[in-house]
Design a protein around this ligand. Structure first.
Ligand code: NAD
Length: 478
């Protein structure tokens, strides 16, 4: 039976099928609450079937020549590119992001596929200095096997793609469990692409469903060679604890409390421009959003004034209205978490609301809080919403120490002195630091590992270089 995204079916072993439970959930347009499709509520039984299909397909898929796998991967990219406009609008509806955000999401996915298709045809190993004379030692890249992917709702397509594209290109097969809030753009669209390009059955499987059911079943599955999880620290921690007890291979991409450091010689207008992107792009709901603004006292008033001037002028509403810079938050649960557990308690602890702090439906006004201290939730928690908490410090050392006091992914430092910026960047414990810039716009997706491992191979030349005791005694005939 032909399928279309949003018709509430799983994709297992090359077929669109209902969940074993026959249950499905509603896909909503976030700005309007309108039903725009359904997704199958897969669970353990469906995950079992998907992992078995991926397992059965893996050696055949890995056995294809690299250029042949590269061709499939390129064709997946072409399929998405041909439907670019349609997919951008699907993302806008499902995630609530504005057009530029959705174009970035789909565009990055297409680029990732193109990149992986090329990478797989590049150098596949190395010749190593042999340990002993007369030997030839090689190391070659081999697939891990079956990958389990669990992905979030904020950039659902490209956060899946950064594992799907290199994963498939390098000979792995995949079972993808997209977030339940974005099951079409994060999963079903990819299933349709796989069917369209004739990907061999079982190579890509998509099991939609709730985190604690389909997600947990995949996270714990013994048939998965590596589980790649992108999402919250809480779930990441639970997966990590379970995997530790079973010696399973996992990779976690989690959240943190990213800092945006403004030093006393910063160009505050530039910093404030960047702050809009760093804290407010996609309503602040990205893992790399700036969550804490740590500002030196000398420029604090000027910085807050510049930030408030910009934030207060931003329009919030339906992302399909091009005048709106911010769309809705993803869900009522996220809004409640932001407002009730971060903004309100921080205000009760003495923070000052300079602008925003109000909402209508899921539309939350860009908000600036000042007087935020390290004890407040606005400092300690990952804000994950359009809120700019400002904490004032006296010295550069204090800024560095406060920044490093919490887990983080990405920081920014603002200073007119580039050498000072680099020196502060070197002392910050984040995986990525930007000097006088806002956000991940440096092609970091190209650096994601290719879901392979190294396999060392030893070859023995003759005459054998073995200890005497291991060598067979000469026979009479010799
Ligand atoms: P989440 O952890 O609630 O959900 C992420 C995925 O995990 C979803 O597919 C969900 O269904 C699944 N899941 C939920 N409970 C599960 C369980 N018990 N077992 C297995 N799977 C389960 O996170 P979210 O709210 O979707 O995303 C927001 C978080 O993700 C933020 O903390 C953000 O920083 C982080 N994030 C990190 C990155 C990164 O690259 N580091 C990227 C985007 C988002």
């Amino acid at each position: 039976m032909p399928s279309h995204p949003g018709d509430g079916r799983l994709y297992i072993d090359g077929e669109f099928v209902a969940a074993a439970s026959r249950r499905s959930g509603v896909v909503e347009e976030k700005a309007t609450g309108r039903e725009i499709g359904r997704y199958a509520l897969g669970a353990a039984e469906d995950v079992d079937r998907a992992v078995a299909a991926a397992r059965a397909a893996q050696s055949g898929w890995a056995g294809l020549a690299a250029p042949e796998r590269g061709r499939y991967v390129r064709e997946l990219g072409r399929y998405l590119e041909d439907r670019f406009g349609e997919l951008v609008e699907q993302s806008m509806r499902e995630t609530g992001g504005v057009r530029a955000k959705a174009e970035d999401e789909v565009g990055t996915s297409v680029r990732q596929l193109a990149l992986s298709a090329v990478q797989v045809s590049e150098n596949a190993g190395e010749i190593l200095p042999p340990y002993k004379a007369g030997k030839l030692s090689l190391s070659r890249v081999v697939p891990l096997g079956v990958l389990g992917l669990i992905t979030p709702w904020n950039y659902p397509m490209n956060l899946a793609m950064r594992a799907v594209a290199p994963g498939l290109a390098f000979g792995n097969t995949v079972v993808l469990k997209p977030a339940e809030l974005t099951p079409v753009i994060g999963g079903q669209v990819l299933a349709e692409a796989a069917e369209h390009v004739g990907l061999p059955r079982g190579v890509l499987n998509v099991v939609t469903g709730e985190g604690p059911e389909a997600g947990w079943a995949l996270a714990r599955h013994q048939g998965v060679d590596m589980l790649d999880f992108t999402g919250s620290r809480e779930v990441g921690l639970a997966i990590s604890r379970a995997a530790a007890g079973e010696l399973r291979d996992i990779r976690l991409e989690l959240g943190g409390s990213n800092a945006f450091v403004v030093l006393d010689d910063a160009d505050v207008e530039l910093a404030a421009d960047c702050a809009m992107v760093a804290s407010l792009e996609f309503q602040g709901q990205t893992c790399i959003s700036a969550s804490r603004h740590i500002v030196q006292r000398a420029v604090a008033d000027a910085y807050v004034e510049a930030v408030v001037r910009r934030a207060a002028a931003l329009k919030v509403g339906d992302p399909f209205d091009a005048g709106n810079a911010l769309g809705p938050l993803i869900s009522r649960a996220q809004l409640d978490r932001l407002h009730r557990t971060i903004v309100e308690p921080s205000l009760a602890m003495g923070a000052r609301l300079v602008t925003g702090g109000t909402y209508e439906g899921l539309f939350y006004r860009p908000t600036v809080l000042t007087g935020v201290t390290p004890r407040m939730p606005a400092f300690r928690e990952e804000v994950f919403g359009p809120v700019i908490p400002v904490t004032v410090v006296d010295t550069e050392e204090e800024a560095v120490a406060l920044t490093n006091g919490l887990p983080m992914l990405m920081n920014s430092v603002f200073t007119r002195d580039l050498i000072r910026g680099l020196s502060v960047a070197e002392r910050l414990a984040a995986g990525e630091v930007h000097v006088n810039d806002a956000h991940a716009r440096h092609g970091a997706e190209n650096q994601m590992p290719g879901f392979t491992r190294r396999q060392w191979i030893g070859l023995q030349r003759t005459p054998l270089n073995l200890p005497d005791w291991a060598t067979a005694p000469a026979t009479d005939e010799s």
